[in-house]
Design a protein around this ligand. Structure first.
Ligand code: IMP
Ligand code: MG
Length: 434
């Protein structure tokens, strides 16, 4: 089946949006399978900047169909706002965007709980969430009290489920707000949001499998990154879903046999938003330089991203847990002028050398990166379209990363617009059946 899963190999913000926009030209459908409005996918299209939070980045490509899978948590209010925002900017939405009717919804009380839980953790225990209600909404799903889109659309079902939830959360809600006020607000919004959402609702698994069986090309676009994965990330400083490729199955009802290839997006250095371990973090002038040069500010929260050197242990974990078949390198241009460029090739902990990303919180907090230094390079022309067009030391840096990762970069991105990309392999990225 011609399909690609696009995953982040670090802590998110690797530039997945741009790569989706580039490969989306060749696709028929673009699908999100996890996360929610915590994501921020920045795409520059026709010189205009778009930031998408919930809707797949593929919506910006005329004629493509986009699907929000059941694994995504949908905030009906911010979904409606995002649709209106795109429509105001002349992006046609109707008839080419669908939401799984099994997707769970985020309500205002989830956001209240998100903030309350962060405040309760306090200080260094804080996760630094986006405060969009993601964790509490997924918690409700697993606790079997969640409200799905299909439940919301049934006027008889929804109020009963809402009451059940308000009763369960009464104490926590009343600490900062009031259950009565929240109930009134939710029911009032449901009056107008229900008819608005109805045309988007689909049995998305059926829809996607039919499309795949007809040979349609599908991109599965993940949000966040592997090190924010609830299972394989730096727990508990993670998001509440599985951004890894394997989650496509549970997140849209498409079996593993229908996945063609897994493309890992790798930033030429490392960033992280929010709290949690980050062994190669730079808190000095070099970190400042990367933040300014790479415009590293959160697309959803505006927070300054923490910046650091490339970490091979992070990306090697991502290659392993996602079954990555191809890699794309992004933001190489940001490193222009940096000399030397450091690459973390291992960690040192208690006199021992580690070659694999550790799972122990203690080890992670206490480990020191081991660096290899690479010579710097000057400006990279955004006109470069072949590997040979890159400065010698930039090629050297890329080859070194490929050696320590054991995989080649099929795509090298040099700027925000989709043309500013080197496509290296003649081989199709679409995998089996392409
Ligand atoms: P939550 O997803 O809002 O619960 O936040 C959990 C952690 O994931 C925090 O560190 C967030 O900053 C981080 N996070 C969530 N979404 C993104 C994203 O799209 N890019 C980068 N970090 C994210
Ligand atoms: Mg982002």
């Amino acid at each position: 089946m011609p399909s690609i899963v696009i995953v982040g190999t670090q802590w998110g913000d690797e530039g997945k949006g741009k790569i989706v926009h580039l490969l989306g030209k060749e696709a028929d459908l673009i699908v999100r399978y996890q996360g929610g409005p915590n994501a921020g996918h920045t795409v520059v299209f026709d010189g205009k900047k778009f930031v998408l939070h919930l809707i797949p980045a593929g919506i910006l490509i005329p004629g493509k169909t986009c699907v929000i899978g059941n694994g995504v948590v949908v905030d009906p209010l911010s979904f409606a706002e995002e649709v209106r925002l795109l429509e105001r900017r002349k992006i046609r939405i109707r008839g080419r965007l669908f939401i799984s009717e099994q997707a769970h919804l985020i309500f205002p009380y989830h956001k209240i709980l998100d903030v309350a839980r962060e405040e309760a953790r306090g200080g260094s225990e804080k996760i630094g969430t986006t405060r969009k209600g993601i964790g509490p909404a997924y918690a409700d799903k697993v606790e079997r009290v969640g409200i799905r889109l299909i439940d919301y659309l049934e006027p008889e079902t929804f109020p009963k489920l809402l009451e059940q939830n308000l009763a369960l959360k009464r104490g926590a809600i009343n600490r900062t707000s009031s259950v009565g006020k929240i109930r009134k607000e939710i029911l009032r919004q449901a009056g107008s949001l229900r008819p608005f959402l109805k045309p988007f609702a689909r049995d998305a698994s059926r829809f996607l499998n039919q499309a795949l069986d007809r040979g349609r090309k599908v991109i599965f676009e993940s949000a966040q990154g592997t090190l924010l994965d609830i299972d394989f990330g730096t727990y508990p400083y993670v998001t509440s879903s599985n951004p890894i490729a394997g989650a496509v199955g549970a997140g849209c009802g498409v079996g593993p046999g229908k996945i063609g290839s897994v493309l890992g997006i790798v930033k030429a250095y490392t960033t992280r938003v929010g709290e949690g371990p980050f062994p190669t973090e730079l808190t000095d002038a070099m970190g400042e330089f990367l933040r300014a040069s790479g415009k590293e500010f959160g697309a959803t929260t505006g927070r300054a991203r923490r910046c650091g050197w490339f970490d091979a242990l992070v990306v090697r974990r991502a290659i392993q847990v996602n079954g990555i078949s191809d890699l794309a390198l992004t933001k190489l241009d940001v490193l222009a002028g940096v000399d030397p460029i450091r690459v973390c090739v291992g960690y040192r902990y208690g006199g021992r050398r580690l070659d694999h990303f550790p799972n122990s919180r203690r080890v992670l907090d206490g480990c020191e990166p081991v660096y290899a230094d690479m010579p710097g390079f000057g400006d990279i022309s955004k006109e470069a379209r072949r590997f040979e067009d890159l400065p010698g030391n930039a090629r050297k840096y890329i080859r070194f990363l490929e050696k320590i990762l054991g995989l080649k970069f099929s795509l090298i991105s040099l700027g925000r617009s989709r043309d500013e990309t080197i496509r290296r392999s003649a081989r199709s990225l679409w995998g089996r059946g392409a």
